[in-house]
Each structure stands twice: as structure tokens, then as C-alpha cells.
Design a protein around this ligand. Structure first.
Ligand code: SF4
Length: 429
């Protein structure tokens, strides 16, 4: 992991919502010293903004899922007219996503919005951009300049622009697109610089993760504004998550990126959950709640592990607040080694499971009782930690694999084949 790239910070929100700092490490626009803020997570509502009740309910849901900032689309005047009431009823910083009509930005500012997103691909009249900058400057509202590969390319003169800029970045896979994105940002940011406006965040999204990595890497070398990372139009959840995490994870590991939005065609609550999991995996956020370790299963499996893991995951997310490690392993052959760091673990066998708490075997139960007993042990262990009688990650006794014949009745084939050396190294209780 590379150290975070220092940027000028921006601040989103107010006393009521709490202020989310994005970026940092360089002096802010008032010349104050800053340190980098944790990488924040944002997402966007999927419903109509003018449907106030539904929009507010969706914002509450996304905030509860862990979104630090929520964006809403304001394509029509009736959407900006709804903002005042939405802001009254919510307590998370809200961003107005503005395309095509600069007046929507002015109306959103008037309503008290906490941040504006402008698209240089469709609001580029200098006077209109200046009007938005002036309104935001007066109220201390930051602006995201968000170029999207799909909307910045001037379709009418695409060929001409590609010829003009084709020599730049010619060694990159998408050199001409990268050149157009950077050129567009340079032109657009000049307007902001002329107005001495620096409460700016930049994004440069594409559906191609390699272009996203190249674009943000190049931008991070040219400007010291914080970066909002995202892959756009990433597709359905299954592939969209991977596209997003490949690009955003690579950039974050290189120290690039200050706020993230994972986006795909599904419920935005999942986007928030995936973004938080990505940050936890990269060590950029403290985990809240249990971390589930599970084996992928193989030909040695003798219980319905997928259903078990699914159930365990659902209940742990509700019942466990402490970042304990819980392992659900399909057998005793590799399970104990893989689950070594777990606080609570189960190793399944022939329709049975052996449960350990911090390395100590506490029970052997039939398959149908594994879920209930494992969760009971997790809850009891959480209570013990809360009472100060145990500490997370402190394994008292090494996890000893049970006898694959005597305890679980599995592994006979492996033993016959000579692939398991140690037969009896533990006893059931
Ligand atoms: S723990 Fe056992 S069942 Fe699961 S993948 Fe490893 S060897 Fe296969």
C-alpha cells in the first residue's frame, strides 16, 4: 500500500448533517493546515427526487447502510423544488447531480444543498459555469467536476479531437480517450482558477477499469484536488462489483482516491456495503461487525456449507458489532490451518461440526444444530469480550484438527491415499 496522496481538502455538509472532509494533507482554501481524511463512501438514490417521501426513505436507508454522502439527481425544476424538504428531513450530506441545466445547480444552492456535481460534457457555457461557481463560492459549497468518458466526447467533432490529441498518451490502451478527458478537465478547471475557486473534487469515470486507472493516475499527477473514484455504467452487480473494485482497489492501493462510489445496476445499499468491504480489505477503514472466513468447498465437503455460510452471514451482520473473526470451514483437512486467526470457528465433517472458540474446542454437534450453536458461541464470545474477560484475536489454544476418522468420519479416502499424515491429534468433547 502506498501512502495516501496529499490533496487540498473540501468539506461537505453542515452542523446538522456533520461535516465530511474529503481529501486533505495540504492547506485548505482558507490556508488552514489539514491531515488526510479517511476515504469516504458515497452513493446515489435510484428513485425520483421530486417524490419526497420515497427519496427521504431511500436516503435514510443508504445512510443507515454506511453512506457518508448521498447524491440525488435533479433533472427537473420539480426535483430542485423538493430539495428543501428533503434536506429538512435528512441528516447526511447531500449532493445535487446536475446535467444540462445550470439553473438546476443555482436552484439547488438556493435550497441549501451541500455539494454540486457538474458535468463538463453538458454544462460548458463559460457564463453559466461562472454563475454556478459564484453561487457556490458565496455559500462555501464545493463542486465536483465529473467528466465521464461517455458524455465528454463531442460526438460531432470526435474524429477531429481524436486527430488533434491522438499523439498524447499514444502508449496507453485508450490514449485518445485519456487525452480528451484530460484536455476537457484542463479547459474546465481554467474557469474555476480564473474565479479563484478551489473547493473542487475531480472525477473521471469510464466503464473500462483500465481507462479509469490511467485517467485518475494522470489526474493525480496534474492537480492536487481530492479525487472521487468511480467506474460508471459498470453493469449488473455480479460484474459491476468486480469492475469497480479492480479499478478503485488498484488506485487506492497506490494512494490515489479520497472518496469512492461503487456503482452497478442493483440496489445502491449493496454499492455502499461493497465499498465499505473494499476499504476494510485495504486497511483503509476499521471493520465494524464480524469478519466471516469461509472455505470455497471442494470434493471433501460433507455438509451444505453454502446455505450455512449464507445464514451465518445474515445473522452475524445483525447480532455482532465487534470485529471478531468467524470461520466456517468445510472439513478438517485444511480448515484448521486456514482458520487459525479466527475467534470462533466451525469445521464440518460427516453431517457434523466441531466448534472452537479461540482455539478451544467447545462442542461437536450434528449438522442441523451447527448454525444455532455457532451463533450462540459468537454471541457469548461477544459478551465475554464486552465484560473484559476475553480479547479479540487472542487465541489461547492452538486449533487442533480433530481426528478425521474418529470425530467426523471423513477423510478415509485421503488417508488411504496417504494424503493425510496425522490421524489423531485431538479428542471430541
Ligand atoms: S476446508 Fe476442506 S472442504 Fe473446504 S475447501 Fe478446504 S479442503 Fe475443501
Amino acid at each position: 500500500m502506498q501512502a495516501r496522496r496529499p490533496t487540498r481538502p473540501i468539506y461537505v455538509g453542515n452542523e446538522k448533517t456533520g461535516i465530511v472532509q474529503v481529501g486533505g494533507g495540504l492547506p485548505d482554501s482558507r490556508g488552514r493546515k489539514t491531515t488526510p481524511a479517511p476515504v469516504s463512501v458515497q452513493t446515489m438514490t435510484a428513485g425520483y427526487t421530486h417524490d419526497v417521501d420515497k427519496c427521504v426513505a431511500e436516503i435514510h436507508k443508504l445512510h443507515a447502510a454506511g453512506a457518508d454522502v448521498v447524491r440525488v439527481a435533479v433533472p427537473e425544476k420539480k426535483d430542485t423544488e423538493a430539495l428543501k424538504e428533503i434536506l429538512n428531513q435528512t441528516s447526511v450530506p447531500i449532493v445535487a447531480d446536475v446535467h444540462f441545466h445550470f439553473k438546476r445547480a443555482l436552484e439547488a444552492v438556493e435550497a441549501g444543498i451541500h455539494k454540486i456535481r457538474l458535468n463538463p460534457g453538458n454544462i460548458n457555457d463559460r457564463d453559466q459555469v461562472n454563475a454556478v461557481i459564484d453561487a457556490c463560492k458565496e455559500r462555501g459549497i464545493p463542486i465536483r467536476v465529473g467528466v465521464n468518458e461517455g458524455s465528454i466526447i463531442e460526438r460531432r467533432d470526435k474524429r477531429k479531437r481524436m486527430e488533434e490529441l491522438g499523439r498524447y498518451f499514444s502508449d496507453h490502451k485508450h490514449g485518445h480517450l485519456l487525452a480528451i478527458m484530460i484536455a476537457k478537465l484542463e479547459e474546465y478547471l481554467d474557469i474555476f482558477h480564473e474565479r479563484d475557486f478551489h473547493d473542487v473534487v475531480i472525477s473521471a469515470k469510464s466503464m473500462d477499469p483500465t481507462l479509469v486507472i490511467d485517467a485518475y493516475t494522470e489526474i493525480s499527477r496534474r492537480w492536487d484536488y481530492p479525487l472521487h473514484l468511480g467506474v460508471t455504467h459498470a453493469g449488473p452487480k455480479e460484474t459491476g462489483t468486480i469492475r469497480s473494485v479492480v479499478a478503485l482497489g488498484t488506485l487506492l492501493a497506490n494512494g490515489i482516491g479520497d472518496t469512492v462510489r461503487i456503482s452497478y445496476a442493483s440496489d445502491p445499499v449493496f454499492e455502499v456495503e461493497d465499498a465499505i468491504e473494499m476499504l476494510c480489505c485495504l486497511g483503509l477503514r476499521e471493520r465494524v461487525g464480524a469478519e466471516l472466513i469461509a472455505c470455497p468447498t471442494c470434493g471433501r465437503i460433507q455438509v451444505d456449507l453454502f446455505s450455512l455460510v449464507d445464514e451465518v452471514r445474515k445473522i452475524l451482520s445483525k447480532d455482532i458489532d465487534l470485529p471478531m473473526k468467524v470461520a466456517v470451514m468445510g472439513c478438517v483437512v485444511n480448515g484448521p490451518g486456514e482458520a487459525e486467526g479466527a475467534d470462533v470457528a466451525v469445521f464440518a465433517g460427516d453431517r457434523r461440526g466441531i466448534i472452537y472458540v479461540q482455539g478451544e474446542r467447545v462442542a461437536t454437534v450434528p449438522e442441523e444444530e451447527i448454525l444455532e450453536r455457532l451463533l450462540a458461541e459468537c454471541r457469548a464470545f461477544q459478551d465475554k469480550v464486552r465484560r473484559g474477560e476475553a480479547r479479540l484475536g487472542e487465541k489461547n489454544v492452538a486449533i487442533i484438527p480433530p481426528d478425521p476418522i474418529g470425530d467426523l468420519g471423513s477423510g478415509m479416502e485421503l488417508i488411504k491415499q496417504g494424503r493425510v499424515q496425522t490421524l489423531t491429534v485431538g479428542r471430541t468433547t
